[in-house]
Design a protein around this ligand. Structure first.
Ligand code: G3H
Ligand code: 13P
Ligand code: ZN
Length: 340
């Protein structure tokens, strides 16, 4: 089946009361790992590419790898999503390339560092909604700023500096007409999210619930949702790495989020850790190896294991065959206001 809209996946997830992981990719092996995990667990999937990933893969390589994925795994509903678009222009280029979902992250200015005003965010997101919905493409927006920096994008703040204001969130959804809303509840991108296991002081699940109470029909998105498991950190350190002790978002907290309106869960770091650990292990144990397949295969397998585990934990496993994909044309028609 062709790439499908994210809106349909999230609507189905809401009906079924489950969440869908959105996994970042940069190359063939990561796409293969996700598609294999999806087949094994019979899961619908969201594959996402950051601006950095698009540059790394010259955009076109990534897009054609995604087309290969849809040919080789026709039974899996698959979304290609732009992660953290920094401007209307970036979203436009992703739409032109064939992405079926885009994130306009107007929580920061186009420099990707400076927290923006509410008015700027509404205006940029609204423009992307108009452009995307005309083609049936889904739009994710963000209100509040996450901690950390990714791809040079991020204010470098801690996770608590710009939490989402629930009243503003309600207003933002009304003014933009977006499909999915990313919120800031204390998480950060990358491996160093929390210096100890998060508590209600550092990971604000109460705030998420308050946003869900105000916006019960809006698909919420949790960014910075890697769990940074100790086992993955240990493999890296055992084979010569130097990660400092750190904590991620416990899977039980994500599951609590899923019971409270979270439908999309962004995970990149856990896969990066799994890949790096597997490669380090081969380098350390078999220093005579120099065929890239000797370390890329175990790396791909390690990522597949993490993704399959998350698919089961988020509840999307077993749902790949639940529904018939809606074409992008039909999605576009559904977004058109009904004439009176
Ligand atoms: O936040 C998302 C991902 O971790 C993207 O990372 O921008 O370095 O590709 P990247
Ligand atoms: P992690 O760094 O926690 O994996 O978050 C990824 C993310 O939010 C991508 O947008
Ligand atoms: Zn993110």
């Amino acid at each position: 089946m062709p790439l499908v809209s994210m809106r349909q996946l999230l609507d189905e997830a809401a009906k079924g009361g489950y969440g869908v992981g959105a996994f970042n990719v940069n190359n063939m092996e990561q796409i293969q790992a996700i598609m294999e995990a999806a087949r094994e667990t019979q899961s619908p999937v969201i594959i996402q590419a950051s601006r950095g990933a698009r540059a790394y893969s010259q955009d076109k390589f990534l897009y054609h790898l995604m087309l290969a994925a849809t040919e080789l795994y026709p039974e899996i509903p698959t979304v290609l999503h732009l992660d953290h678009g920094n401007s209307v222009e970036t979203c436009k280029s992703a739409i032109e390339m064939g992405f079926t979902s885009v994130m306009m992250d107007g929580s920061l200015m186009p420099d990707g560092k400076t927290p923006s005003s509410f008015e700027y965010n509404v205006d940029a997101t609204r423009q992307v909604v108009e452009m995307a919905h005309a083609k049936g493409i889904t739009v994710e927006g963000e209100i509040g700023c996450l901690g950390g920096i990714e791809d040079g994008h991020g204010a470098g703040l801690d996770g608590l500096s710009h939490l989402t204001d629930p009243v503003q969130a309600e207003e933002f959804v009304k003014l933009t007409g977006l499909d999915a809303l990313a919120i800031a509840i204390g998480t950060s991108h990358g491996a160093y999210k929390f210096t100890s296991k998060p508590t209600g002081e550092t990971l604000k699940m109460e705030r998420l619930m308050e946003i869900h109470r105000r916006l019960p029909n809006v698909h919420l998105v949790m960014h910075g949702s890697s769990s940074v498991p100790k086992e993955l950190q240990d493999v890296i350190n055992q084979y010569g790495g130097k990660l400092k002790p750190t904590w991620g978002v416990p899977v039980e907290e994500i599951q609590l989020g899923i019971r409270n309106g979270v439908r999309k869960i962004n995970v990149d770091t856990d896969n990066r850790l799994a890949i790096t650990g597997a490669i380090r292990k081969v380098f350390m144990e078999k220093p005579e190896e120099f065929d890239p397949r000797s370390y890329m295969k175990p790396a791909r397998e390690a990522m597949k294991k993490v993704v399959a585990q998350r698919m089961v934990q988020f509840g999307q496993a077993g749902h790949a065959g639940d529904y018939t994909p809606i074409s992008m044309e039909e999605m576009a028609a559904r977004y058109q206001p009904v004439a009176v």
